[in-house]
Each structure stands twice: as C-alpha cells, then as structure tokens.
Write a new protein. Structure first.
Ligand code: PLP
Length: 434
C-alpha cells in the first residue's frame, strides 16, 4: 500500500468491509470465516485504488483479464451507447444482434487457420463446458458414440463447471465435489523442470501409450492450456505442441486449446496457438476478449468439428450468449489492442519483468523463474508463497500465490517504472520468505 488515508475514506472502507463480511461469500474463501476485504473503488491503467485510499500496481491484471488496463473511458462509452440502443436480446435460434455478428467476424479474422465459426459464452468455464459437449456431440452425431473420453493433464485448470472441473488436474480444487463427470483420462503435467531434457519425448511417448491403452476409438478430445496458468505459469517443453497435434490428428482426436488466459496478446500473438505453431480444432477464449469490462467468452470452432457435427442439433446455450453490450465492448477492446500496438508492448514489458526477476533463481528457495510474454511465474522449491502475496500487497504490488508459484500477468499497458517496482517489491518479499 503506497498511500495512507483520510478519516472519511476510513469510514467508507470500514462500512463497506463490514457489509461485505456480513453479506458475501467470496470465491476461494472459507465459509463462516470471512476476512476483511480490500475494496477496490477505482482503476486506471495498471493502477488500482481501494476504499481506504491505498494505491496498488496490478501485477496480475485481476485474474489475467485486462490487457488494455483498467479505467478506459472509451469502453465505458461504447457500453453506454450500446445499452441505450439495444441492451440485450436472446441469441438463441434465429435471433441475433449486430455487435455479436461483427465480433464473430473479427475473431475469425484473427484466429489461426482452420477456425470457421464462433459460439459465444459468458466466461471461461462455460466455454470449456461447450467445447467438451460439442466434441462429444460431434462424434455421437458422426456415428462414433463411443468416443466420449477427454484427455486432460495434471496441473491443468479449465474452470469450475461440470466438465471443466472434471478436466482440471489440481487436486485441492476437486476435493469434496465428487462424483465428478466420468470419462476424463489423465496425462502428466508438461513441465520440463521435473521431467528433464527429454521431457517432450517422455510426454509424447506417454500420450501415445495412453491412447493405445484407452483405445483411440473411445477418445473424443484432448484439452490443454498452451501455457499452464493456475498450474503455475508453465510453458511446455520445447517442441511439445506440434508433436501433440500430430499424434492427436493421427488418431482423430479433437484438439481443444484452452486459451482463456493465453489469448489476446499475452504471448505477443492473438492466440498462443499461433505462437506455438498449432491449429487446434477448438480454441476457448474469455477474459482478455473484453479485458474483463464485461463478462464475455467465445469458443472458436474449426472445420473438423464442423464436418463431424454437420446436421446435429446443438441443444446448448446460456441466456446471455452473444450479449450485444459485451460484444460491442469486446470489439472495441480488440481495436485498442491493435491501434495501440499492445501485443508488441506486452513482449517488451514481459521481457523486462522476466529479466528483472531471473536473478531470484540463485536463491535456494526458488526452483525456477519462467515465462512467455506477460505470463510469468516464480516457482518455489520450498517456502511460503502466500507470505509473498501478502507482503507484496502491503507494499502496494498485487501478485498471486498459486500453489508453490507466484504468478504475474500485468496489463500490457503497464509502464517500465511499474515493472521495476514489481521486480523490487517481489524480490524483497521472496528474499524475506527464504
Ligand atoms: N481456463 C483457464 C485456463 C482459466 O485460467 C480459467 C480461469 O482462470 C478458466 C478456464 C475458467 O474461466 P472462468 O473463471 O471465466 O469460468
């Protein structure tokens, strides 16, 4: 926290805190034991302010959702105009609206080759539910109803719904919610650090072996994040994705890329699939598509899925799919990323952050400092990452402890001096944790 406070804002902060703890169950908290919240009241670029008057640098972009940064008046104006014109109408069946039509057209322009259609959602989990259902339906419709298995990976995070949680490979997130949906089969976490120099060979051999054991004729799809996010900002070992794609294609297994975190400039490309040179059959997006100004997501669907599912009735959808206001905002958000050349900027600031933090690898408590673009992680070998998150916030820098890794993903608009401040504060906190 960088500034302190006047008594009126103290009063407001206390009032809001009391009301919050009385009324709200927050995600990822203990029921019955609410903690005093940080109540944000304003954002601008990479900066945030709370109700007590404290200022923060947003080193994570909230939950990785805001490439264009906070507080863009332009996006507020677009939302207000659209709301005043047509706030919402359903897009089920043959109803549609102009902003979602234009957004779909834009997404298809930006997507890797082979992507031909868009199915809108309101967020990431819904997108993965959609992709898994569509993969199963496609094979069911194509006369291969036994193809229901979904291959997923340890360390993967795909959301909190039925299929999306079942395909999430992080034990602590699954505990207590069973039985989860059946038909998920597991592959190892694609991380070179524990697997060694021949990690890609090991992982591809495992993939081939699992397919042989399960039977390709029973597998509908493989789902994976190009770079593991919640699992610790883990880029895959060199050459992994093209080889995975080759095995999947050879076995007619659909490839679902969960790009809810990695798309819209995080890797310097619109999609990490492009960065890794692959053409998935479905790409699931959310977050950065609207920079989080409104909930929005999209599943981008490729030719192979469309061919398999051709003629199938897709009885699936959520009330707010293709929301005109969210679509208009997403379109304007993408325009800002293009106009301000933010993908190139993201690469520069991401490099500065990674270079600044890399020396931490010399500390015994740090196993690895890694990242691609603006997706950066500091994995601890031992020690307490939660204390780093708390200590950094005390010093006005927001980073996130995700298991044994400190994860960062600042807005692409962040200044060099704010990057340097994150480096300085996080370095101090990691040293203190050791
Ligand atoms: N997939 C990935 C890779 C994510 O990081 C997330 C959220 O962080 C999700 C899916 C779920 O998205 P949502 O929280 O919008 O449902």
């Amino acid at each position: 926290m960088t500034t302190s406070t006047t008594s009126p804002s103290h009063t407001r902060d206390e009032e809001l805190s009391d009301l919050d703890t009385k009324s709200i169950i927050h995600p990822h908290t203990v029921i019955g034991s609410p903690t005093k919240p940080v109540v944000f009241v304003k954002g601008d670029g990479a900066r945030l302010w709370d109700a007590a008057g404290n200022e923060y640098i947003d080193g994570t972009c909230g939950l990785w959702q805001c490439p264009v940064g906070h507080g863009r008046q332009e996006l507020a104006d677009v939302a207000a105009n659209q709301m005043a014109t047509l706030e919402f109408y359903s897009s089920f069946g043959d109803y549609s609206n102009e902003p979602s039509i234009r957004l779909a057209d834009k997404l298809l322009d930006l997507a890797p080759a082979g992507i031909e259609k868009v199915f809108f959602t309101n967020g990431g989990s819904e997108g993965n539910e959609t992709a898994v259902k569509l993969a199963r339906l496609a094979y069911h419709h194509a006369g291969q109803p036994d193809r229901t298995v979904i291959l997923a990976r340890t360390g993967g995070y795909h959301g909190m719904g039925g299929a999306s949680l079942a395909a999430t490979g992080i034990d602590r997130l699954r505990e207590g919610y069973g039985p989860l949906i059946p038909g998920i089969e597991w592959l190892s976490k694609p991380h070179a650090l524990p697997l060694g120099d021949d990690a890609t060979d090991v992982l591809i051999a495992e993939l081939e072996q699992r397919i042989a054991e399960i039977g390709a004729h029973r597998i509908a799809a493989f789902i994976g994040e190009p770079i593991l996010g919640v699992g610790g900002m883990v880029p895959p070992p060199a050459g992994y994705w093209p080889r995975v794609q080759e095995v999947l294609r050879r076995n007619d297994i659909l490839f679902i890329a969960d790009e809810i975190v990695t798309a819209f400039g995080r890797t310097g490309e619109w999609f990490a699939s492009t960065y890794y040179g692959v053409e998935p059959d479905m790409i699931v997006t959310a977050k950065g598509i609207s920079s989080g100004y409104l909930p929005m997501g999209a599943v981008l669907i490729g030719r192979r899925v469309l061919d398999l599912a051709d003629g199938a009735l897709f009885l699936h959808g959520f009330t707010y799919n293709g929301h005109p206001v969210a679509s208009a905002v997403a379109l304007a958000n993408i325009d800002i990323i293009e106009r301000e050349n933010l993908m190139a900027r993201g690469l520069e600031v991401g490099r500065r952050l990674l270079d600044g933090l890399k020396p931490l690898e010399d500390l015994p408590i740090v196993a690895e400092v890694r990242g691609v673009g603006t997706l950066i992680g500091i994995e601890f070998a031992t020690g307490d990452t939660a204390s780093v998150q708390a200590g950094a916030r005390e010093h006005g820098v927001i980073v996130r402890a995700s298991g044994n890794t400190i994860v960062m993903s600042p807005p692409l608009v962040i200044s060099e001096s704010d990057i340097d401040r994150i480096v300085a504060v996080v370095t101090d906190q990691v040293k203190a944790a050791g």
